[in-house]
Design a protein around this ligand. Structure first.
Ligand code: NAD
Ligand code: IPM
Ligand code: MN
Length: 361
């Protein structure tokens, strides 16, 4: 197969982890006889430094002419004082919006080998953790207008607007139900309908869409309770559908159940055009440049790309299996390290996964 992947390494640990995914891509090409090539473009702070904006037009064009996009991470202290409109994070929000990537799939799955790395009690972990958080990605309070700073009753105020149109809720709800149909046929809608009008419309819409999926058991949970239940008993969840901000927060929380945020991949999907794949974590400035970053979230994001964008299911499985084998063999980056295991840097971890893919051919 001949396809092109646009790489957006970004900032902090971004370039390090993308480099590991590229090794894995090369191993997949070799083993399966594909010609999956890459192009690299600037985003975030790296783009600000080079061109003054976090998402140059050439980057959007590069993404649009490729078959899928793999992103590292954006942001860092260097750009924290910059005017909000051109911060690195704006580049990421803008590329999601430009590509119409309204559905963000964030699977939180515990590799059995990492059971001890979970921060939960062993008896809770033993019940199993395999959750798919579906986060709406191009609406809600992240994008609502009006927003900004203003004067209210003589003092400075700031505002953001949480707004969802019915059509926006309907399309993400459908992704939720379709995903549930392929899994356990259970869907938990998470909102704040006891307080927010936006959530009332959200919940009513989800209930309407449910009529088309009579086999799916739909439940509702307020977001504060969901945050608590995720830690109390994550095994009760299968597919969660929720809005942009709630999904951002709950997916970081879910990450810790599985051991480390360095393990969790994501897929950002739209209805047409290329989709984007990225780890859910950020640019980790505290460990950048030290070869400490866990590249597995990015490598597993590449596997999601194979599955969702390129229809390469055997290849996706090969990558996931290689990750499992490397963990089984006892190799760990610092974030998932435990006694008796072998501590490796991010680069060695990338080599090990790539090597495993080669070995199993
Ligand atoms: P972060 O996810 O970058 O880091 C949080 C903690 O997790 C840090 O201690 C970090 O060392 C650790 N961590 C993250 N990824 C890791 C990995 N792969 N391996 C090992 N440890 C890892 O979140 P933050 O510190 O709140 O944000 C730092 C910067 O990243 C900010 O500028 C923020 O805006 C940005 N950010 C970007 C994205 C993105 O690009 N998708 C996501 C979140 C945050
Ligand atoms: C994420 C990040 C981003 C978000 C930021 C950096 C814009 O936290 O991808 O989870 O809030 O969506
Ligand atoms: Mn986040």
């Amino acid at each position: 197969m001949q396809k092109t992947i646009c790489l957006l390494p970004g900032d902090g640990i971004g370039p390090e982890i993308i480099a590991q995914a590229v090794k894995v891509l090369a191993a997949v090409n070799e083993r399966f006889g594909h010609c999956l090539t890459t192009e690299t473009a600037l985003i975030g702070g790296a783009a600000i430094d080079a061109q003054g904006v976090p998402l140059p037009d050439q980057t959007v064009e590069a993404c649009q002419r490729c078959d899928a996009v793999l992103l590292g991470a954006v942001g860092g202290p260097k750009w924290d004082a910059i005017e909000r409109d051109i911060r690195p994070e704006r580049g990421l929000l803008a590329i999601r919006k430009k590509l119409g990537l309204f559905a963000n799939l964030r699977p939180a799955m515990l590799f059995p080998e990492l059971a001890h790395a979970s921060f939960l009690r062993p008896d809770i972990v033993a019940r199993g953790i395999d959750i798919m958080v579906i986060r709406e990605l191009t609406g809600g309070i992240y994008f609502g207008e009006p927003k900004g700073f203003e004067t209210r009753a003589g003092e400075q105020a700031a505002l953001n607007t949480m707004v969802y149109k019915r059509s926006e809720v309907e399309r993400i709800a459908r992704i939720g139900f379709e995903t549930a149909m392929k899994r356990s046929k259970r869907l938990c809608n998470v909102d704040k309908a006891n307080v927010l009008e936006v959530s009332q419309l959200w919940r009513e819409t989800v209930i309407r869409v449910a009529a088309d999926y009579p086999q799916v058991e739909l439940t509702h949970m307020y977001v504060d309770n969901a945050a608590m239940q995720l830690v109390r008993d994550p095994s009760q969840f299968d597919v969660i559908v929720t809005g942009n901000l709630f999904g951002d927060i709950l997916s970081d929380e879910a990450a810790m159940l599985t051991g480390s945020i360095g393990m969790l991949p994501s897929a950002s999907l739209g209805s047409t055009g290329p989709c984007l794949y990225e780890p859910i974590h950020g640019s980790a400035p505290d460990i950048a440049g030290q070869d400490k970053a866990n590249p597995l979230a990015t490598i597993l994001s590449l596997a999601m790309m194979f599955r969702y964008s390129l229809d390469l299911h055997k290849e996706a499985l090969a990558v996931e299996t290689a990750v499992r084998h490397v963990l089984e063999a006892g190799y760990r980056t610092g974030d998932i390290m435990e006694e008796g295991k072998m501590l490796v840097g991010g680069s060695r971890m990338g080599d090990l996964v790539a090597q495993k893919i080669g070995e199993t051919s």
